[in-house]
Design a protein around this ligand. Structure first.
Ligand code: T4K
Length: 369
């Protein structure tokens, strides 16, 4: 144990010598971008690992979200959650779509499916839920509403790499799911992202759109963008797949240790493992009720900082509280009572595979005392 700063996360990296070997191959072939051999292999291996039929790789999760909305030609209004990273709603804005904020559940902090229907208008074309902290949304209810009203579903599954329900990937839910492979995620490719689809033709469309819309040298099928993953990143990702299971196992041990150490702390709650779910342990958020705990979330956040420990308030403020969105009719706090309460209580504690148990004990001790 040292007194080095401890951040909310620290990326796991592939073994440098192994990466050098793959880089040598790239240097020899000179194929460094645009659907090269490592890119194709990475897509194939991800499909196997994630138990999904098709995936399109992206340079980051935000561009994957923006492109997913383009691919399905989503317009008008989209119902989404305010309790997420701001990229979720920004992707709507970049498509000229009006976000409609729906409150979250009290048990998992995902979009409250019972409140979606009341927000549907003639302009609604889709629902964009987020599997926040990798905990699966209530897909059955959301899909039923989408079917009745003829809406598309795009899951922001940025946190949900490898998450399964009853042995099946939750990435197969809805029309499309997007992933983030950012440095701060359980599975990282430095930066990166993906769109998961069950439809081969839709995958082709997505692949065209992420490459300027080019279907061939002279045909452009739409307003494409450049959002491709390059070969250096795809090779890095292939190596990350070798250690991801071990990485998740280590994270699970850390989460269990935190849970044990906090089990008798009055005023601090955390999310459980949910039944029949294979979790990926990307975050460890705690929720601090100041009336029962005696200190506010921000007091705890600042106290940890004094000890060189940098927890993060994922997700505070709510997206609906940012200047860019706060004037929207559904952004009012009265419409979002659960999200408004949770955003004031949340603190994501440091969690990564190499985090030492002694440091977890130290973090909990600082908070408990
Ligand atoms: N949808 C959702 C629901 C998302 O959560 C996100 C991203 C997206 C969409 C968009 O996906 P991407 O376009 O990002 O692929 C981070 C990440 O940048 C972002 O990817 C993530 N969600 C969000 C929740 O968190 P910051 O601003 O908090 O990250 P940063 O740079 O402050 O990093 C946190 C800590 O991690 C640092 O204090 C130290 C450590 N760190 C970070 C990096 C980048 C390292 O040790 N090494 C590193 O290289 O946003």
């Amino acid at each position: 144990m040292t007194n080095k700063p401890i951040y909310v996360t620290q990326p796991s990296l592939p073994i440098l010598q192994e990466y050098n070997e793959l880089l040598k191959q790239i240097w020899e072939s000179k194929h460094i971008a645009n659907n090269g051999p490592f890119h194709r292999q990475f897509e194939k291996e991800l499909c196997n690992y994630l138990k999904i039929p098709y995936i399109s790789l992206f340079s980051n999760g935000t561009l994957a979200l923006i492109t997913a909305l383009q691919a399905l030609r989503i317009t008008g209004e989209v119902i989404t959650t305010p309790y997420s990273f701001v990229a979720t709603t920004h992707a709507l804005h970049w498509n000229g779509i009006k976000p409609v904020f729906c409150d979250i559940n009290e048990h998992d902090y995902n979009i409250n499916a019972d409140k979606i229907e009341a927000l549907i208008t003639p302009k609604t074309t889709a629902i964009m839920p987020v599997h926040v902290y990798g905990n699966p949304c209530d897909n059955n209810k959301i899909q039923k509403i989408a079917d009745i009203y003829g809406l598309k579903i795009i899951y922001d599954a940025a946190h949900a790499f490898g998450v399964e329900k009853n042995g099946e990937s939750i990435l197969n839910w809805g029309d499309l799911s997007i992933l983030s492979f950012h440095a701060t995620k359980t599975f990282n490719t430095v930066e990166g992202g993906a769109i998961v689809t069950k439809d081969e033709i839709l995958k082709t469309r997505i692949d065209y759109l992420k490459n300027f819309g080019f279907a061939d040298e002279t045909t452009v099928i739409g307003y494409g963008i450049n959002a491709k993953m390059n070969e250096l990143i795809a090779a890095y990702g292939l190596l990350q797949l070798k250690t991801i299971d071990e990485n998740i196992r280590k994270r699970q041990d850390k989460v269990n240790l935190y849970r044990n150490l906090f089990q008798n702390t009055k005023g601090i709650t955390f999310l459980p493992d949910f039944e029949n779910i294979k979790h990926n342990y990307t975050y460890f958020p705690i929720f601090i009720d100041k009336n029962k705990f005696g200190k506010t979330r921000d007091e705890v956040y600042n106290l940890l900082k004094e000890h060189n420990i940098y927890a993060r308030r994922y997700f505070y403020p709510l997206i609906s509280q940012f200047n860019a969105y706060k004037e929207l009719p559904t952004a009012a706090k009265e419409n979002l009572p659960v999200a408004t309460q949770i955003t004031e209580q949340v603190l994501s504690l440091p969690l990564f595979a190499e985090l030492e148990n002694e440091n977890i004990q130290r973090i909990v001790k600082i908070i408990n005392e």
